[in-house]
Design a protein around this ligand. Structure first.
Ligand SMILES: Cc1cc2nc3c(=O)[nH]c(=O)nc-3n(C[C@H](O)[C@H](O)[C@H](O)COP(=O)(O)OP(=O)(O)OC[C@H]3O[C@@H](n4cnc5c(N)ncnc54)[C@H](O)[C@@H]3O)c2cc1C
Length: 411
């Protein structure tokens, strides 16, 4: 994690004696903070309850890939809208959230995958994206020291990169300015309801009366929703990250290898955030360790991909959880049987990228307005009864499924 901005942290004092709110948001990640911001700007009295700290979990531990490449069809409008909103957010930030357009580059040691890259270039162009095969000097301009064993890459150029930690604190800071009240270090324990309507949230700091609750607590949402009879089929996977010292230019785009799934980005400050997929399953209460065997594998495969990195120093490591749903899509929308209850969870390891448009459309839905981007394909109720949702496009190449971060290796 890149360290919480202390100036902002000081400004984020807790609101004392909070007894009621129009809406209680449970979870101070990017989804909770940014939705709260939209709703406060629309005149609602909002309170965010965060059991640990702003950006303590996924939102402060991610790699900030605002990936357009290999995005599932149902998320395309969300990512396209988010690209615009990220740019505006960067411009409105007090300092910076380090949002930049960087592109994504998928490479392979396996020459036969070049044909699959070409299929994806054609498919991406057909939906209006800028996509290319890059080889030879063009490839080496993007990643000068890439292994000579890498022959070709699939490049998309509209993808972005952001610092998730800074972005979440900035959303919280703007929310506080807009009137959102924060209770940090406060756990929501129970959502009270009466005759099918939300009435209050019991927290470790007391009871908050409310008619509306948004559960944006990532994997912990299960504990809050299942007592209300809401089916929440979320499983967890652990992803591990190594951080290098600040380095001179290594890569422009976010670099991913198709197999093995080593990947990294170079942050605005010059560090590399290294990782190796797929993420591994983990039980909800298991300790989140950085495994020595994983560290070795990440280091080995990074050096194989860019041999010049053999002398780079690792300065930090951390692990973080992906909250996964059976169909790979987030659960976003109202709970059907409890009026006033809203859900936004299960972002499958890529929620930072789409957070701007998810939170914009979710806030609109909560306000009873028509969302800019329809959230129907993400309706939580789909796990209780099948919905008539347009089928997603099937992967047409052997790399098409790599947008799914826990997908099996390429066959
Ligand atoms: C290692 C890693 C790399 C990633 N890389 C990327 C990437 O490159 N691009 C991308 O788009 N996404 C990425 N992601 C995913 C992305 O970070 C998440 O999808 C996104 O941050 C989810 O935000 P959130 O607000 O839903 O959850 P979180 O940020 O996890 O926030 C949930 C909050 O709820 C709080 N909470 C839980 N229970 C309670 C309770 N009972 N009471 C009060 N508070 C509670 C938690 O403390 C937490 O702060 C990555 C994730 C990880 C872990």
């Amino acid at each position: 994690m890149n360290g919480a901005p202390t100036e902002t942290e000081k400004e984020m004092s807790n609101s004392p004696n909070l007894k009621s709110a129009d809406l209680v948001v449970i979870g101070g990640g990017i989804i909770g903070c940014w939705t709260a911001l939209h709703l406060a700007r629309a005149g609602k009295q909002v309170c965010v309850v965060e059991k640990a700290e702003i950006a303590h979990n996924g939102s402060g531990r991610n790699r900030g890939n605002v990936r357009v490449q290999l995005r599932e069809a149902v998320e395309r409008d969300l990512i396209n809208r988010s690209l615009v909103l990220w740019q505006g957010f960067e411009e409105s930030a007090r300092t910076t959230v380090e949002y930049r357009v960087t592109g994504n580059l998928l490479v392979s040691y396996d020459e036969t995958l070049t044909a699959d890259f070409q299929i994806e270039v054609d498919r991406h162009r057909a939906i209006g994206l800028d996509a290319h095969i890059v080889e030879g000097a063009a490839l080496r301009e993007l990643v000068p020291h890439i292994s000579p064993d890498i022959v070709a890459g699939f490049l998309t150029t509209q993808d972005g990169h952001v610092n998730g930690q800074l972005a979440t604190w900035e959303a919280a800071r703007q929310a506080k300015l807009a009137g959102v009240r924060f209770l940090r270090g406060t756990a929501a324990d129970l959502i009270e309801h009466d005759h099918g309507k939300v009435t209050a949230v019991q927290t470790s700091a007391g009871r908050i009366a409310t008619e509306s609750v948004l559960v944006a607590a990532a994997g912990d949402s299960v504990r809050l929703l299942e007592p209300l009879g809401i089916k929440t089929p979320i499983s967890l996977a652990l992803h591990q990250i190594l951080v290098t010292e600040k380095l001179p230019f290594v890569t422009g785009p976010y670099l991913r290898c198709a197999s093995p799934r080593i990947s990294f980005c170079q942050t605005a400050s010059g560090t590399l955030l290294l990782g190796l997929g797929p993420a591994s399953d983990i039980a909800p209460d298991a300790p989140q360790r950085v495994e020595p065997s994983k560290i070795e594998a990440i280091a080995r495969e990074t050096i194989r991909l860019v041999p010049a990195l053999k002398d780079a120093h690792i300065v930090r490591s951390w692990s973080g959880l992906f909250d996964l749903t059976p169909d790979g899509r987030a659960m976003i929308g109202p709970a059907e049987h409890v009026s006033g209850l809203w859900i936004a969870t299960g972002f499958n390891g890529h929620g930072m990228a789409i957070a701007p448009s998810v939170t914009e459309s979710l806030a609109q839905a909560i306000l009873g307005e028509t969302p800019t981007v329809s959230l129907d394909p993400f309706a939580p109720v789909r796990f209780e009864r099948p919905l008539d949702i347009e089928a997603s496009d099937e992967p047409v190449s052997r790399v098409g499924h790599l947008g799914n971060l826990v997908a099996p290796p390429i066959q």
